[in-house]
Unconditional design. Structure first.
Length: 118
């Protein structure tokens, strides 16, 4: 069996096993560098959402529209309303009022359909 296979790298020669070990160490170092704190991710996500919302609001102003966001506490969902600036009329709601009402009714009926807890 051949133990000392040598690969030339530049001016010096090194055993292949040593080169492989160094490559694997570099790969592990790169993996460690990618570890990110969850608070940093939350902050980055928050900043991204904030920037996107600013772009949406600015675009809506261009079309004489307002964007209104509200949190539906019973369902824990965000409701987006697009409102005409001149008449204050709701042009569109996402999700629609019917879907919100249906979801609330489904929450109320859940206890009637299922009588056992898991």
């Amino acid at each position: 069996m051949i133990n000392n296979i040598v690969q030339k790298t530049g001016m010096e020669s090194q055993p292949v096993a040593e080169i492989s070990r160094r490559d694997s160490m570099r790969a592990e170092e790169k993996k460690e560098e990618k570890v990110v704190n969850s608070d940093d991710l939350k902050k980055k996500d928050h900043d991204d959402v904030k920037a996107a919302m600013e772009r949406i609001v600015n675009t809506a102003k261009f079309f004489n529209r307002k964007i209104h966001l509200e949190l539906e506490k019973d369902l824990n969902i965000m409701i987006v309303k697009i409102i005409d600036e001149e008449t204050d009329e709701v042009i569109r709601q996402i999700p629609p009022e019917e879907v919100v009402a249906l979801s609330k009714n489904a929450q109320d009926l859940k206890g009637l359909l299922i009588d056992k807890e898991g």
